[in-house]
Design a protein. Sequence first.
Length: 93
Amino acid sequence: MIAYYNAQGPAEDGLLSQTMIAVVRRSLQIRGYINTEFVEEHYDGFIKELAPKIASGRIRYREDIVSGLESAPEAFIGMLAGRNFGKLLIKVS
């Protein structure tokens, strides 16, 4: 849905409409994912399982690190436009 925040006209708006039509036609249920809802039940097991895999390199992740707080607004706008990869981080010190 973030991709549609900055829609610039009917063509882009139409894509969201088409997506929602497909959802309704298939009687799909959409639920947001808020990771804090699952922390208490799953966090310890998650850390126990994933930490060794990250440490060994079996699981890798990408971060897009931007230096300086003054770069934060442009980085945020870029994130909304899809110009970053992975987790966007702002390095402030």
